[in-house]
Design a protein around this ligand. Structure first.
Ligand code: GDP
Length: 197
């Protein structure tokens, strides 16, 4: 896919105010600091599109970006802030889970996982929740430039082992780096292929 245009459309705190579900949409989500904003900027080739390193605990927003006038890239708030209050965590749960469950135009959830880390409980729990709710998802391993490809492969294999304890097979996954654009064509190609269905 060639990204010809990437345009910020809106930020929302309420599911009822989202744009009409008239275009296919892909939601990007992961732990805070996983590299989500950097990845969105890399995929769209627009540096300031998604704001990097947002302050933890800030208003939780669902951001819609329209790509090629064709599909929405949705930036969901990160999960797993260590210092966020319990009530804020519950708000996050309600808001995001409601969006994920009810958004009829949502084609796929793009779950971002830090490729430097061994499998994290919070990520596995989130994937399991998606599975239980019948939501299609793929995994995007981030920051692969930060270590050797052997180390990345080890962490990917470990994640795969953990995930297949509950799932029959590993979903599609992509190894990416926002530093050197690794995986860009693959992720965009995947979105293209789903849009063409
Ligand atoms: P977010 O909180 O998930 O949106 O994460 P950010 O995109 O703000 O990234 C968090 C930190 O990781 C920032 O300091 C980024 O520069 C850094 N980072 C993100 N992606 C990469 C990557 O692919 N490679 C490297 N080396 N650093 C990255």
């Amino acid at each position: 896919m060639i990204v010809k245009s990437a345009e910020f459309i809106c930020s929302n705190t309420q599911v009822s105010k989202l744009p009409p579900p008239e275009k296919p949409e892909y939601a990007f989500i992961g732990r805070s600091n996983v590299g989500k904003s950097s990845l969105i900027n890399m995929l769209t080739a627009k540096k300031g599109l998604a704001k990097t390193s947002q302050t933890p605990g800030k208003t939780q927003l669902i951001n819609h970006f329209l790509i090629n006038d064709e599909w929405f890239l949705v930036d969901l708030p990160g999960y797993g802030y260590a210092r966020i209050s319990k009530s804020k965590k519950e708000d996050w749960n309600k808001f995001i889970r409601f969006y994920l469950d009810k958004r009829e135009s949502l084609q796929c959830v793009m779950v971002l996982i830090d490729s430097r880390l061994e499998p994290q409980k919070i990520d596995l729990e989130f994937c399991n929740w998606l599975g239980e709710h019948g939501l299609p998802f793929v995994i995007i391993f981030t920051k692969a430039d930060k270590q050797s490809s052997i180390k990345t492969d080890q962490n990917v294999a470990a994640f795969k082992r953990k995930l297949t304890e509950t799932f029959d097979s590993m979903p599609d996954y992509f190894i990416t780096s926002s530093e050197n654009k690794l995986g860009r064509e693959e992720v965009l190609g995947f979105i293209d292929s789903v849009n063409a269905r």
